[in-house]
Design a protein around this ligand. Structure first.
Ligand code: FES
Length: 120
């Protein structure tokens, strides 16, 4: 039996992306959230994490399903650009605070940072 998995297609980007972009001073105009949808992360509910981020999708917050990002033992893995932040072991319930604190105030949520990339 094959265990191949195809990530669900990403929804179309909001179109046109104009007008409402008004980030706080000093914050990126747009965030890209990559949520792993490969096997190990899926076993830990990364599909629900993806849905939770998509609930907050906007012209400023773009959300994409991704393939394996090489952090399988600590999934669900989420990578944020442009500030190259890695989150690990996220639960869907964790997403709201990331949206508010990280994207709204520019403060990554320390409790969920991946220790392989972010040392305290
Ligand atoms: S399966 Fe998600 S990082 Fe590898």
């Amino acid at each position: 039996m094959s265990e191949s998995y195809s990530a669900p297609p990403n929804p179309p980007l909001p179109s046109p992306i104009t007008g409402s972009i008004d980030p706080s001073p000093g914050l990126p105009q747009r965030w890209l959230v990559q949520v792993c949808q490969h096997r190990s992360c899926l076993r830990n509910r990364s599909d629900e994490v993806l849905i939770a981020f998509r609930d907050h999708q906007s012209p400023q917050i773009l959300v994409a399903a991704s393939g394996c990002m090489g952090q399988c033992s600590s999934g669900p893995t989420v990578h944020i650009l442009p500030d190259d932040t890695w989150y690990c072991r996220l639960h869907p319930e964790d997403v709201a605070v990331i949206v508010e604190q990280h994207f709204g105030q520019g403060q990554p949520v320390a409790a969920y940072l991946h220790p392989r990339f972010h040392h305290s």
